[in-house]
Write a protein that binds this ligand. Structure first.
Ligand code: AMP
Length: 397
């Protein structure tokens, strides 16, 4: 059984073809600049050379067709024909309150997914386009949607409710939903394995720190709190997103800069975060380098980021009532030992103690705590694709 996993962004598409017999990745790749000049496919077949195609891709359907051509290509391909693809799993941003797990795509579930566009206007149209394109190209292959919000549907009412008039929740379902759920789910399962516990016994703070960043508080294996909100803008300071701010900032900005609400939200989504503070980059590698060279704003961005994450970890340990482990994942969490050490500095009170030597590594699943630490600190490389592929297999076999 081979599952094709697709993650469609507005102008990008990431994919993996996974052999579910041994969960090995047969090929992976990325298409950038769909619908723009300079569209490019980077295809990485396992055990073969990387293959790059630069040609105009007007839309996602054209892009997906190109990926399928690459997968069956005599030289760069990994399967003989498209018939070998048994199912497609799609990453979908928002499942609202409708989906607390992955679903098989039917006319009915598709209708519900389309009703959720309002909750994810930046991502949902691309996700839907990806599903429809696959339906057109592979009409007989079953498709599954895995939602970024689904894992967070166990968050209790008192935690997901916003303190605005209740009628807005009733009328428009305005509430906290949370994202990166597929990643936090994977982390919870791996952390259980590392702790030698059943998932239902696991208490952790899962820190997904990438370009987008979110924390999840996991109590007895279930998510009880997360930092992103109705959209991924809430919570931690991120690469380009502001995270938590006083909403009145928007009014002040609009008045002073003479901009409309869309422009203000564009600033908060695309020009803020560590990019906004540092003025250097949204990439932590560039910021760390600039800080080392004495750039004050770069150092400020790092100090602010580590402070915010540390503050959230403390709050989430309180929300859970004590934890077995704090887990770091995603680009920064997996690859930046200095950031992990800075975040944990000051959390010794909770029993969190990072071992400098153990922590000096990148991209490996590892316990990086001191032997005596009461609470473990883990690094776990995330794998959202395998969660999507497993759910797809489960729902289509
Ligand atoms: P992600 O969104 O999970 O792909 O994470 C991407 C981000 O991870 C990049 O923008 C970088 O800021 C960060 N990152 C990746 N590698 C490193 C590294 N070696 N040191 C610091 N940050 C890194």
């Amino acid at each position: 059984m081979k599952v094709f996993v697709i993650n469609c962004g507005s102008s990008s598409l990431k994919y993996q073809l996974i052999n579910m017999v041994d969960e090995s990745v047969l090929a992976s790749g990325l298409i950038e600049r769909i619908g723009m000049d300079g569209s490019i496919l980077t295809h990485k077949p396992e055990g073969k050379d990387k293959f790059i195609v630069e040609q105009k891709m007007e839309n996602h359907e054209v892009a997906i067709k190109l990926v399928l051509d690459a997968l069956v290509d005599e030289k760069h391909g990994v399967v003989k024909s498209m018939d070998e693809i048994d199912a497609v799993g799609h990453r979908v941003l928002h499942g609202g309150e409708y989906f607390d797990k992955s679903v098989l795509i039917t006319d009915e579930t598709m209708k519900t997914i389309e009703e959720l566009i309002d909750l994810g206007p930046l991502h949902m149209p691309a996700n839907i386009m990806g599903i429809k394109s696959c339906q057109n190209i592979m009409p007989n292959v079953p498709q599954v949607a895995t939602f970024d919000t689904a894992f967070h549907q166990t968050i209790p009412e008192h935690a997901y409710i916003y303190s605005i008039p209740y009628e807005y929740y009733e009328k428009y379902k305005i509430r906290k939903y949370g994202f990166h759920g597929t990643s936090h789910k994977y982390i919870t399962e791996r952390a259980a394995f590392m702790l030698g516990k059943n998932v239902e016994e696991v208490n952790i703070v899962s820190c997904h720190l990438g370009n987008g960043a979110s924390l999840a508080a996991i109590k007895n294996g279930k998510c009880i709190e997360t930092s992103m909100g109705i959209t991924p803008l809430e919570g931690l300071t991120m690469g380009t997103r502001s995270g938590d701010i006083d909403p009145a900032v928007i009014q002040v900005l609009m008045g002073k800069e003479d901009i409309n609400i869309d422009q203000a939200l564009e600033i908060l989504n695309k020009k803020s975060g560590v990019l906004g503070i540092s003025g250097v980059s949204s990439d932590f590698r560039d910021i760390e380098k600039a800080a080392e060279e004495g750039n004050h704003r770069a150092q400020l961005a790092l100090d602010h980021f580590t402070y915010v994450v540390r503050k959230y970890i403390g709050a989430y340990i309180g929300a859970i009532g004590g934890v077995d482990a704090v887990v770091f994942t995603a680009g920064v969490g997996e690859n930046a030992p200095g950031m992990r050490a800075s975040i944990c500095k000051g959390l010794e009170f909770f029993g969190i103690e990072v071992d400098e030597e153990e922590n000096n590594m990148r991209g490996k699943e590892k316990d990086v705590s001191k032997a005596r630490a009461r609470v473990r600190t883990f690094v776990i490389p995330t794998n959202e694709e395998i969660v999507i592929a497993r759910d797809t297999l489960e729902l289509t076999k």
